[in-house]
Design a protein around this ligand. Structure first.
Ligand code: ADP
Ligand code: ASP
Ligand code: MG
Length: 402
């Protein structure tokens, strides 16, 4: 049997016609090496942002189902153009939307999870010698509606296909040379990590290094899919992600900044058992992922509860918090979009007192106020003013001398 390679090209790799032709040539090269190739593509450039803006220009709260129908069109444009490019170069190719290639998801719109992939169609096309181009970020649910997987979800489509078809390798092509110790666009002296384990890259990604969709790493880890992240513009080797990645002993793996979050506070909540449960179970029932939580104890039998959520879920979470506040007779709900989360990640982070001390000292030296703090075995994170985020990231990178 031939080797099967899954390649995923992100939005910046297919942002114009020249780039699409360039990607087509890269795909053909792999095919010429005698391999079967399945390609997952994202929408061109900022298409998904533009489509979202249009919807919000019409309505403050567009229907989630209709948003998925709208957003999935972005990927449909890029798969068709890429297939047209490959065909014009003389190769047999077919483009398939998520539903056409049997990607079945949960019912949840906007952040569906892939439940299963019916691989019959895709296998048939491969057997006929075709290059198969698949629309990333989308599938079909049990109601036969189109769903999307959440921003950045094309990575997850690629890894899920690699797992379902037991591909030999899944390559994620993007606009940087691989995974770095910090965002190379903000921290110019960030270093490329040649190889890294699933666990560590998951920590980096879930703390806001948007290089990979966190769910794609969970899937890659679960099904032991060998992953590579590399540039679609250069031939550099990039980063290999695998279970037993040989890593140098480091305390700090990286520093990341998440600017895509919002903070909600419910003020003057009665101080009674079961109150937090009511709020967070309502959020959980809507699948809203809450990140940091802080409760300030006030004197007169009331508390303020603050928590953070990702920006895409902010509006929904505010509505839940408002209903909750009304029900328990809290004073009011306020929110803040101008926040960011800064995190230092690594295996030794919490064992090493100096890391915590340096982390907080950096913020003090920059005169940055800390709004929330959370820690785990392998990370320290805090919420700060978004405006100061990039400056803090750069400063801390120097301070830790990574
Ligand atoms: P794509 O469109 O290919 O999916 P993304 O924009 O989703 O690309 O992800 C690539 C971007 O991730 C890079 O341009 C870079 O700015 C950002 N990034 C953030 N943290 C890191 C990191 N630690 N290593 C590499 N890139 C990172
Ligand atoms: N086009 C979608 C987005 O911009 C999915 C992706 O690029 O992975 O989020
Ligand atoms: Mg991405």
């Amino acid at each position: 049997m031939k080797d099967l390679i899954i390649q995923k090209y992100g939005g910046s790799s297919v942002s114009d016609i020249e780039k699409i032709k360039n990607v087509a040539k890269k795909i053909i090269q792999t095919k010429q090496e005698g391999k079967d190739v399945i390609v997952v593509v994202s929408a061109m450039g900022d298409t998904t942002d533009s489509l979202t803006e249009m919807a919000y220009a019409i309505s403050e709260r567009p229907k989630e189902r209709e948003m998925d129908i709208l957003l999935s069109t972005g990927e449909q444009i890029s798969i068709a153009l890429l297939a047209i490019a490959i065909h014009s170069m003389g190769y047999d190719v077919i483009s398939l939307t998520g539903p056409q290639c049997g990607i079945v998801t949960s019912d949840r719109y906007n952040k569906a999870r892939i439940d299963e992939i019916h691989t019959k169609r895709i296998r048939k096309e491969l057997e006929q010698g075709k290059i198969v181009i698949v629309a990333g970020f989308q599938g079909i649910n049990h109601k036969m509606d189109i769903t999307t997987l959440g921003r950045g979800g094309s990575d997850t489509t690629a890894v899920a296909l690699a797992a379902a078809l037991k591909a030999n390798l899944c390559q994620i092509y993007t606009d940087v040379d691989g995974i770095y110790t910090s965002d190379p666009r903000i921290v110019p002296n960030a270093k490329l990590i040649p190889s890294i384990s699933y666990d560590e890259v998951l920590e980096l990604a879930s703390l806001g290094a948007k290089i990979l969709h966190p769910r794609s790493i969970e899937l890659a880890d679960k099904y032991k899919v060998p992953l590579e992240v590399r540039s679609s513009f250069h031939h550099h080797k990039g980063t290999t992600i695998k279970e037993d990645a040989k890593m140098e002993k480091v305390f700090i793996r990286g520093i990341s900044l998440d600017e895509n979050i919002g903070k909600i506070s419910v003020l003057e909540v009665p101080d009674k058992p079961g109150i937090a449960f009511q709020l967070f179970s309502s959020l959980a029932s809507l699948d809203i992922h809450v990140d940091m939580i802080v409760q300030n104890v006030n004197r007169n039998g009331v508390n303020d509860i603050s928590f953070t959520v990702s920006m895409d879920e902010l509006q929904e979470a505010i509505e839940v918090a408002q209903k909750f506040a009304f029900k328990v007779n809290a004073n009011k709900v306020i929110y803040d979009k101008a926040v960011a989360k800064l995190s230092v990640v690594g295996t030794g982070v919490l064992d090493n007192a100096e890391i915590a001390s340096n982390f907080f000292e950096s913020l003090f030296e920059l005169g940055i106020n800390i709004q929330m703090i959370s820690t785990s075995e392998i990370k320290i994170s805090c919420i700060i003013d978004k405006e100061k985020g990039k400056e803090a990231l750069k400063y801390m990178y120097q301070k830790f001398n990574i």
